[in-house]
Design a protein around this ligand. Structure first.
Ligand code: G3H
Ligand code: 13P
Ligand code: ZN
Length: 316
């Protein structure tokens, strides 16, 4: 087993009308829950690491955990840098991406969405040239999502749908391997005030303009109501938390979307498990007890996503 790129995965996912789950990892329990479940279901999976995760767990621990997961499950995995460059200037962004390529990541995202179109192209192209020379694939972003992008807070009035008229020029000038687009999803656990709405017309037009090209959906947690309810029941305060309805995610996976990013749902699953455990066992103080319940919740979540949202079971 080895770290692999997303190239073959996306080709098969595009042709098969399903998507690969890209789950954010921050600690051992999360890595185990995702990879053990994916292995059981014979599902391809992407493990992604944000700048925040690297700050929290330290890069060496995260890569060692992914290595251990490959040994334990016998699976090939993708190790992806999520929102590369966020919160850094262009030189800092390039150095961060270069460091990830040099330390064994098989896929990186350069998030130049807050720059002008021309600057985004120039930065992305520079990263693509370095990454491709080292066998690493690159995801870029066009358009701006609302919510928290690593260290960068993007206000909802700054969010901007992707302009389909720009995608062909962007992809051909940068040579990028996949493209994250903004069609109404957003990061975090509070995505919509009213009814959920995604711009499938934009996704369709992008799919027509870039036939066979893999599109990525960020901010794609469903904010699973069961976990929000459990959190609120056991002392949490998450009233009004809402995510992307599952039928919308399934529809996007049947279109050009090949990668669906999920972080907030993992956070909710863990928090619900821990809050419930503390409420039911006030005498427990061994982290292995409450972290087991948290890890079990993440396993159930990943199983549900693979079977009912992504459609990637048995596609390994
Ligand atoms: O897109 C953002 C991800 O959810 C990562 O969040 O920077 O808090 O790790 P984080
Ligand atoms: P969520 O906050 O919806 O889980 O999105 C995660 C994400 O896009 C990571 O890049
Ligand atoms: Zn994201």
């Amino acid at each position: 087993m080895a770290l692999v790129t997303t190239t073959e995965m996306f080709k098969k996912a595009y042709a098969g009308g399903y998507a690969i789950g890209a789950f954010n990892i921050n600690n051992m329990e999360i890595v185990q829950a995702i990879t053990e479940t994916a292995a059981q279901l014979r599902s391809p999976v992407i493990l992604q690491v944000s700048a925040g995760a690297r700050k929290y767990a330290k890069p060496a621990y995260l890569t060692a955990l992914v290595d251990a997961a490959m040994k334990d499950t016998g699976m090939d995995l993708v190790l992806h840098l999520d929102h590369g460059g966020a919160g850094l200037d262009k030189e800092g962004a390039f150095e961060q991406l270069k460091n990830c390529v040099d330390t064994g990541f098989s896929s990186v995202m350069i998030d130049g969405s807050h720059y002008s179109f021309e600057e985004n192209i120039a930065l992305t192209k520079r990263v693509v040239e370095y990454a491709h020379a080292h066998g690493v694939v690159v995801e870029a972003e066009l358009g701006k999502l609302a919510g928290i992008e690593d260290d960068v807070k993007v206000a909802s009035h700054d969010a901007m749908y992707t302009d389909p008229g720009e995608v062909e020029e962007f992809v051909s000038k940068t040579g990028v391997d996949s493209l994250a687009i903004a069609i109404g999803t957003s990061h975090g656990a509070f995505k919509f005030k009213g009814e959920a709405k995604l711009r499938f017309d934009i996704l369709e037009e992008i799919g027509n303009r870039l036939p066979g090209f893999p599109i990525v959906l960020h901010g794609a947690s469903s904010v699973v109501p069961e976990y929000v309810d459990t959190i609120n029941k056991y002392g949490g305060k998450m009233e009004g938390a809402t995510g992307i309805p599952e039928d919308m995610l399934r529809k996007s996976a049947s279109m050009a979307v090949c990668k669906i990013n999920i972080d907030s749902d993992i956070r909710l699953a863990m928090t619900a498990g821990i809050r419930k455990h503390f409420a039911e066992h006030p005498d427990h103080f061994d982290p292995r007890q409450y972290l087991s319940e948290a890890r079990d919740n993440v396993k159930k979540l990943v199983e549900h996503k693979i079977n009912n949202v992504l459609g990637s079971a048995g596609k390994l």
